[in-house]
Design a binder for this molecule. Sequence first.
Ligand code: PMP
Length: 396
Amino acid sequence: MFEKVVAAPADPILGLTEAFRADARSHKINLGVGIYKDETGATPILHCVKKAEQKLLANEQTKNYLGIEGNLEYGRIVQQLLFGQHASLIASGRAKTAQAPGGTGALRIAAEFVVRNGLANTVWISDPTWANHVSVFQAAGLTVKWYKYYDAASKGLDFAAMQASLADAQAGDLVLLHGCCHNPTGIDPTSEQWRALAKQSAAAGWLPLFDFAYQGFARGIEEDAEGLRIFAECHEELLVASSFSKNFGLYNERVGAFTLVSASKEIADVAFTQVKTVIRANYSNPPSHGAAVVTTIVSDPALYAEWVAEVAAMRVRIREMRELLVAKLAERGVSQDFSFIRGQNGMFSFSGLSKEQVELLKREFAIYIVGSGRISVAGITRANIDPLCDAIAKVL
Ligand code: PMP
């Protein structure tokens, strides 16, 4: 029967990685996939992670299954990172968290939970967004609608258009918001804009779903939760999909979390039984290791401090590369203004390079960038920035 199966199109980002691997040119540069790289081009294991792993290895007693919702201590830690250590919504039991296999797994739980319980059948996502959002939501049976976000002319957020397109969202519709470091644009709402959005959302009765995959990469662990915390103040109900792939460098351990906030502990407890049903039917219970690492780090003051410093180092390095990129392009006499790159958050920069320029960079210079012009700034180093800027200056 399998001969009837038609080939699926290659994943646009992972397909690019495959093409990069196959490229024999030694000077090739990969600015496609969103993984952090240090100054040497490596994706290192954080020191705090290594130490936590040593502790875990020495003390681990069993490989028994975790419960459906995973490690309970991890759930508490996730909530503290999201809402702040002393948040009243944690104390009141209004939030329930399930460990999930990565942010992707958490998004899928969110989508299936709302669909299966008849809560929403439409999700609103930003134009543009992380490509996998569409696939995950559609796979769960949601209808995807787009809200305006990026303004190509100003290379910024078109907030008026965003609010105007979201005015069509119906009460109960799921509205996906990037907690910080919007992927792919790197452009986040300001505090005032978050407040205005939260007000609009509460008035219209949206069900907000925060995708929080880069906490710590914009301004800091606490600072980056600002938008979510503003929403939490004026909503009784919201959902969060957390990912710790980037900020703990735990990409292949698949560690994330799904958090449900509801009006009361009683409602949260009942709703969570349905979350567990979704998980049970998907993968039964989560893998242990990544969440155990996160729990060990965050619950140990010394390791926590080390983690905060290591996230800051990643953030600062990316910021430095943004500054250098802007300065070095200007040095080459490029007339186009690239200063907007400085103001963007997180790993990515929506560079404004056209499809043709992206193609030329690949063909002529072995520089790999996603077709939309999204550059993974985390892939730039002091060693590759000069050839990169030379090439960009040539294709402009
Ligand atoms: N959401 C966004 C916006 C992302 O960029 C990513 C990772 N690229 C994810 C979710 C998924 O993260 P994970 O690898 O933990 O599944």
